[in-house]
Design a protein around this ligand. Structure first.
Ligand code: SF4
Length: 177
């Protein structure tokens, strides 16, 4: 019995064909999702000015298919955490994230959201990755618009290359307690 369990698993032609169609579906969904990001801007501080600047005509976030902000978490799939998050706000930020549907992504916009920045004190959350799974960090205080666009492109690459499925229970991401 032990010898049998050590034998390599050889996929049948039917399984290989299913794998091919799953990969094709995943690539198609990844392509569609990376160019249709709906941002929820959770803006608390001065970095919000940079968010306004990337949404304006000069830097034009719409070139990346991410220009429409949604102020309901149920209609958004990209949470932009923009600015300082203090400990009193952290439960509300987490609640917003939990209300977003899967698949969803998180960007830490600026050094305050990424690591607390220079607010190294008892009142400020030292990085949103203590409560949320962050997909991309954008450094800077505040970040240049080009840095944010670079972060969006990194995220788009990540979305295009991750596996996508459809149907109930397709996505399960555990929250950091
Ligand atoms: S990173 Fe700098 S600009 Fe952005 S919220 Fe913090 S202090 Fe303000």
């Amino acid at each position: 019995m032990d010898k049998l369990s050590n034998l390599p698993v050889v996929p049948t032609r039917k399984e290989e064909a299913q794998g091919f169609f799953q990969r094709l579906l995943s690539k198609g969904l990844g392509w569609a999702r990376k160019y249709s990001l709906f941002c929820y801007p959770y803006a608390t501080a001065c970095c919000a000015m940079e968010y306004m600047s990337i949404s304006g005509a000069r830097h034009d976030l719409s070139r990346f298919g991410a220009e429409i902000p949604r102020f309901s978490p149920r209609q958004a799939d990209l949470l932009l955490v923009i600015g300082t998050i203090n400990l009193k706000q952290a439960p509300f930020l987490k609640m917003v994230y939990e209300q977003m549907c899967e698949p969803k992504w998180v960007m830490a916009f600026g050094v305050c959201a990424s690591s607390g920045g220079f607010y190294n004190n008892y009142a400020v959350l030292q990085g949103i990755d203590r409560i949320l799974p962050v997909d991309v960090y954008v450094p800077g205080c505040p970040p240049r618009p080009e840095q944010v666009l670079d972060g969006i492109m990194l995220l788009q690459n990540k979305i295009a290359n991750q596996p996508h499925t459809i149907g109930p229970g397709a996505y399960k991401r555990s929250l950091i307690p």
